[in-house]
Write a protein of this length. Structure first.
Length: 278
Protein backbone atom coordinates (compact mmCIF):
# COMPACT_ATOMS: atom_id res chain seq x y z
CA UNK A 1 0.00 0.00 0.00
CA UNK A 2 2.82 2.33 0.92
CA UNK A 3 4.71 1.40 -2.24
CA UNK A 4 1.65 2.14 -4.37
CA UNK A 5 1.17 5.50 -2.61
CA UNK A 6 4.82 6.37 -3.13
CA UNK A 7 4.61 5.47 -6.83
CA UNK A 8 1.50 7.59 -7.22
CA UNK A 9 3.24 10.56 -5.62
CA UNK A 10 6.26 10.12 -7.90
CA UNK A 11 4.03 9.84 -10.96
CA UNK A 12 2.16 12.98 -9.92
CA UNK A 13 5.42 14.87 -9.47
CA UNK A 14 6.63 13.67 -12.86
CA UNK A 15 3.42 14.83 -14.50
CA UNK A 16 3.70 18.22 -12.80
CA UNK A 17 7.32 18.59 -13.94
CA UNK A 18 6.41 17.62 -17.52
CA UNK A 19 3.50 20.06 -17.57
CA UNK A 20 5.73 22.82 -16.19
CA UNK A 21 8.33 22.15 -18.89
CA UNK A 22 5.67 22.16 -21.59
CA UNK A 23 4.22 25.44 -20.31
CA UNK A 24 7.65 27.05 -20.19
CA UNK A 25 8.43 25.77 -23.68
CA UNK A 26 5.15 27.15 -24.99
CA UNK A 27 5.82 30.53 -23.36
CA UNK A 28 9.31 30.61 -24.84
CA UNK A 29 8.11 29.82 -28.34
CA UNK A 30 5.24 32.31 -28.03
CA UNK A 31 7.54 35.12 -26.86
CA UNK A 32 10.07 34.25 -29.53
CA UNK A 33 7.38 34.41 -32.21
CA UNK A 34 6.04 37.67 -30.78
CA UNK A 35 9.52 39.15 -30.59
CA UNK A 36 10.34 38.16 -34.17
CA UNK A 37 7.01 39.45 -35.41
CA UNK A 38 7.42 42.84 -33.75
CA UNK A 39 11.15 43.28 -34.23
CA UNK A 40 12.03 46.47 -36.04
CA UNK A 41 15.80 45.99 -36.16
CA UNK A 42 16.89 45.15 -39.67
CA UNK A 43 19.55 42.55 -40.34
CA UNK A 44 21.76 45.28 -41.78
CA UNK A 45 21.62 47.19 -38.47
CA UNK A 46 22.49 44.07 -36.51
CA UNK A 47 25.48 43.48 -38.77
CA UNK A 48 26.50 47.11 -38.37
CA UNK A 49 26.35 46.86 -34.59
CA UNK A 50 28.36 43.64 -34.63
CA UNK A 51 30.96 45.41 -36.76
CA UNK A 52 31.11 48.29 -34.29
CA UNK A 53 31.55 46.01 -31.30
CA UNK A 54 34.14 43.88 -33.10
CA UNK A 55 36.31 46.99 -33.42
CA UNK A 56 36.48 47.39 -29.66
CA UNK A 57 39.82 46.45 -28.19
CA UNK A 58 39.21 46.42 -24.46
CA UNK A 59 40.84 44.23 -21.85
CA UNK A 60 38.01 44.06 -19.31
CA UNK A 61 34.27 43.57 -19.25
CA UNK A 62 33.94 46.93 -17.51
CA UNK A 63 35.53 48.68 -20.52
CA UNK A 64 33.17 46.95 -22.93
CA UNK A 65 30.12 47.78 -20.79
CA UNK A 66 31.21 51.42 -20.60
CA UNK A 67 31.54 51.62 -24.38
CA UNK A 68 28.20 49.92 -24.95
CA UNK A 69 26.57 52.37 -22.53
CA UNK A 70 27.96 55.26 -24.56
CA UNK A 71 26.57 53.69 -27.72
CA UNK A 72 23.19 53.20 -26.03
CA UNK A 73 23.06 56.86 -24.97
CA UNK A 74 23.88 57.97 -28.50
CA UNK A 75 21.77 55.36 -30.32
CA UNK A 76 19.02 57.81 -31.20
CA UNK A 77 21.36 60.70 -31.86
CA UNK A 78 21.22 61.87 -28.27
CA UNK A 79 23.78 62.93 -25.71
CA UNK A 80 23.79 62.53 -21.94
CA UNK A 81 22.09 65.91 -21.53
CA UNK A 82 19.19 64.80 -23.73
CA UNK A 83 20.08 66.61 -26.96
CA UNK A 84 18.99 64.91 -30.15
CA UNK A 85 21.64 65.83 -32.70
CA UNK A 86 19.89 64.04 -35.55
CA UNK A 87 17.01 66.48 -35.15
CA UNK A 88 19.27 69.50 -34.66
CA UNK A 89 21.32 68.64 -37.76
CA UNK A 90 18.34 67.61 -39.87
CA UNK A 91 18.95 68.36 -43.58
CA UNK A 92 22.63 69.02 -42.89
CA UNK A 93 25.71 67.28 -44.26
CA UNK A 94 28.99 66.67 -42.45
CA UNK A 95 31.80 65.66 -44.79
CA UNK A 96 35.21 64.44 -43.70
CA UNK A 97 37.66 61.76 -42.67
CA UNK A 98 37.76 58.99 -40.05
CA UNK A 99 37.25 61.43 -37.16
CA UNK A 100 34.04 62.53 -38.87
CA UNK A 101 33.15 58.85 -39.26
CA UNK A 102 32.78 58.65 -35.48
CA UNK A 103 29.60 60.72 -35.69
CA UNK A 104 27.80 57.69 -37.12
CA UNK A 105 29.85 55.01 -35.36
CA UNK A 106 28.69 56.37 -32.01
CA UNK A 107 25.20 57.10 -33.31
CA UNK A 108 25.14 60.87 -32.88
CA UNK A 109 24.06 61.38 -36.49
CA UNK A 110 22.48 59.18 -39.14
CA UNK A 111 24.31 57.79 -42.14
CA UNK A 112 22.27 60.07 -44.40
CA UNK A 113 23.80 63.08 -42.63
CA UNK A 114 27.47 62.06 -42.67
CA UNK A 115 29.70 61.57 -45.70
CA UNK A 116 33.03 60.21 -44.55
CA UNK A 117 35.64 57.53 -44.94
CA UNK A 118 38.66 56.20 -43.09
CA UNK A 119 41.66 57.91 -44.68
CA UNK A 120 39.42 60.63 -46.12
CA UNK A 121 41.27 63.50 -47.79
CA UNK A 122 40.55 66.31 -50.24
CA UNK A 123 43.16 64.75 -52.51
CA UNK A 124 40.80 61.85 -53.23
CA UNK A 125 37.30 62.65 -51.94
CA UNK A 126 35.78 64.58 -54.85
CA UNK A 127 33.05 61.95 -55.18
CA UNK A 128 32.22 62.40 -51.48
CA UNK A 129 31.72 66.15 -52.00
CA UNK A 130 29.50 65.48 -55.02
CA UNK A 131 27.40 62.96 -53.11
CA UNK A 132 26.87 65.37 -50.22
CA UNK A 133 26.04 68.27 -52.55
CA UNK A 134 23.42 66.10 -54.26
CA UNK A 135 21.39 66.12 -51.02
CA UNK A 136 21.13 69.94 -51.22
CA UNK A 137 21.57 70.43 -47.47
CA UNK A 138 20.70 73.66 -45.69
CA UNK A 139 24.18 73.56 -44.11
CA UNK A 140 27.36 71.63 -44.90
CA UNK A 141 30.29 71.15 -42.54
CA UNK A 142 33.67 70.06 -43.90
CA UNK A 143 36.43 68.52 -41.82
CA UNK A 144 39.64 67.69 -43.64
CA UNK A 145 43.36 68.09 -43.25
CA UNK A 146 44.72 65.45 -40.88
CA UNK A 147 45.44 62.96 -43.67
CA UNK A 148 46.14 65.67 -46.22
CA UNK A 149 49.15 66.92 -44.28
CA UNK A 150 50.84 63.66 -45.25
CA UNK A 151 49.25 63.32 -48.69
CA UNK A 152 50.54 66.78 -49.68
CA UNK A 153 53.88 66.29 -47.88
CA UNK A 154 53.27 69.33 -45.74
CA UNK A 155 52.48 71.57 -48.73
CA UNK A 156 49.61 73.64 -47.31
CA UNK A 157 49.19 75.76 -50.45
CA UNK A 158 48.54 72.74 -52.68
CA UNK A 159 46.12 71.40 -50.09
CA UNK A 160 44.21 74.69 -50.01
CA UNK A 161 44.05 74.85 -53.80
CA UNK A 162 42.37 71.45 -53.96
CA UNK A 163 40.14 72.16 -50.96
CA UNK A 164 38.98 75.45 -52.48
CA UNK A 165 38.16 73.79 -55.79
CA UNK A 166 36.01 71.16 -54.10
CA UNK A 167 34.14 73.71 -51.99
CA UNK A 168 33.50 75.91 -55.04
CA UNK A 169 32.14 72.92 -56.96
CA UNK A 170 29.93 72.09 -53.99
CA UNK A 171 28.61 75.66 -53.85
CA UNK A 172 27.90 75.61 -57.58
CA UNK A 173 25.91 72.39 -57.28
CA UNK A 174 24.08 73.42 -54.09
CA UNK A 175 24.17 77.25 -54.06
CA UNK A 176 21.72 77.72 -51.18
CA UNK A 177 23.77 75.64 -48.75
CA UNK A 178 25.56 77.50 -45.96
CA UNK A 179 29.18 76.34 -45.80
CA UNK A 180 31.21 75.76 -42.62
CA UNK A 181 34.80 74.50 -42.54
CA UNK A 182 36.30 72.92 -39.46
CA UNK A 183 39.93 73.37 -38.58
CA UNK A 184 42.22 70.39 -37.97
CA UNK A 185 42.04 68.98 -34.44
CA UNK A 186 45.33 69.10 -32.53
CA UNK A 187 47.46 65.92 -32.68
CA UNK A 188 49.22 65.16 -29.39
CA UNK A 189 52.99 65.16 -28.97
CA UNK A 190 53.30 61.39 -29.32
CA UNK A 191 51.47 61.44 -32.66
CA UNK A 192 53.68 64.26 -33.95
CA UNK A 193 56.81 62.42 -32.78
CA UNK A 194 55.67 59.34 -34.70
CA UNK A 195 54.75 61.34 -37.81
CA UNK A 196 56.59 64.65 -38.09
CA UNK A 197 54.35 65.98 -40.88
CA UNK A 198 51.50 66.31 -38.37
CA UNK A 199 53.44 69.15 -36.79
CA UNK A 200 52.22 71.30 -39.70
CA UNK A 201 48.68 71.43 -38.32
CA UNK A 202 48.95 75.05 -37.13
CA UNK A 203 50.13 76.25 -40.53
CA UNK A 204 47.43 74.23 -42.27
CA UNK A 205 44.78 75.69 -39.94
CA UNK A 206 45.96 79.23 -40.66
CA UNK A 207 45.66 78.48 -44.36
CA UNK A 208 42.18 76.99 -43.91
CA UNK A 209 41.09 80.09 -41.99
CA UNK A 210 42.39 82.37 -44.76
CA UNK A 211 40.67 80.21 -47.39
CA UNK A 212 37.35 80.57 -45.56
CA UNK A 213 37.68 84.34 -45.54
CA UNK A 214 38.43 84.36 -49.26
CA UNK A 215 35.54 82.03 -50.12
CA UNK A 216 33.19 83.85 -47.73
CA UNK A 217 32.38 80.74 -45.73
CA UNK A 218 32.55 80.24 -41.97
CA UNK A 219 35.64 78.84 -40.25
CA UNK A 220 35.18 76.74 -37.09
CA UNK A 221 38.17 76.54 -34.77
CA UNK A 222 38.33 73.02 -33.33
CA UNK A 223 42.03 72.92 -32.43
CA UNK A 224 41.40 73.99 -28.83
CA UNK A 225 39.03 71.12 -27.91
CA UNK A 226 41.70 68.48 -27.31
CA UNK A 227 44.12 71.02 -25.87
CA UNK A 228 41.51 72.02 -23.30
CA UNK A 229 40.78 68.39 -22.39
CA UNK A 230 43.52 65.87 -23.33
CA UNK A 231 41.44 63.05 -21.83
CA UNK A 232 39.37 63.20 -25.03
CA UNK A 233 42.24 61.74 -27.07
CA UNK A 234 42.01 58.12 -28.17
CA UNK A 235 45.10 55.94 -27.87
CA UNK A 236 46.82 57.10 -31.06
CA UNK A 237 46.82 60.80 -30.17
CA UNK A 238 44.83 61.64 -33.31
CA UNK A 239 41.42 60.05 -32.98
CA UNK A 240 39.00 60.91 -30.21
CA UNK A 241 36.73 59.60 -27.49
CA UNK A 242 32.92 59.72 -27.88
CA UNK A 243 32.65 62.71 -25.50
CA UNK A 244 34.62 64.78 -28.02
CA UNK A 245 31.72 64.63 -30.45
CA UNK A 246 29.31 66.30 -28.03
CA UNK A 247 31.64 69.31 -27.74
CA UNK A 248 32.26 69.38 -31.49
CA UNK A 249 28.57 69.09 -32.40
CA UNK A 250 27.66 71.82 -29.92
CA UNK A 251 30.31 74.05 -31.49
CA UNK A 252 29.02 73.44 -35.02
CA UNK A 253 25.44 73.95 -33.85
CA UNK A 254 26.35 77.29 -32.29
CA UNK A 255 28.32 78.49 -35.31
CA UNK A 256 25.54 77.54 -37.71
CA UNK A 257 22.76 78.89 -35.49
CA UNK A 258 20.92 75.57 -35.57
CA UNK A 259 18.02 75.27 -33.17
CA UNK A 260 17.86 72.61 -30.49
CA UNK A 261 14.86 70.27 -30.37
CA UNK A 262 13.42 72.23 -27.43
CA UNK A 263 13.78 75.52 -29.32
CA UNK A 264 12.11 74.01 -32.39
CA UNK A 265 9.18 72.81 -30.28
CA UNK A 266 8.95 76.15 -28.49
CA UNK A 267 8.96 78.02 -31.79
CA UNK A 268 6.20 75.77 -33.14
CA UNK A 269 4.18 76.35 -29.99
CA UNK A 270 4.36 80.14 -30.10
CA UNK A 271 3.76 80.27 -33.85
CA UNK A 272 0.16 79.40 -33.01
CA UNK A 273 -0.28 82.92 -31.60
CA UNK A 274 -0.80 85.59 -34.27
CA UNK A 275 1.13 88.34 -32.44
CA UNK A 276 4.35 86.25 -32.62
CA UNK A 277 4.27 86.57 -36.42
CA UNK A 278 4.12 90.36 -36.51
Amino acid sequence: MNNRSTRNKLNLRAIIVILAVLILAFMFVFNLFKSNRNAKIAKEKVKANVTKVSKFNFSTVVDVEAELQKMKEAENGGSEDGKNYRTIFANCAIVGDSITEGLTVYGFLGEEQVFSAVGGAVSKDEAMFDKAAATYPKAAFFSYGMNDMGNFNGDADSFIEQYSNLINKFKKKSPKTKIFVNGISTPDDSAISANKVLGNYKNFNNKIKAMCKKLKVTYIDTAHILVDDPSLYAGDGIHVQPAYYVIWLDLMQKKAGLYSEEEINLSAHFSCFPWTRL
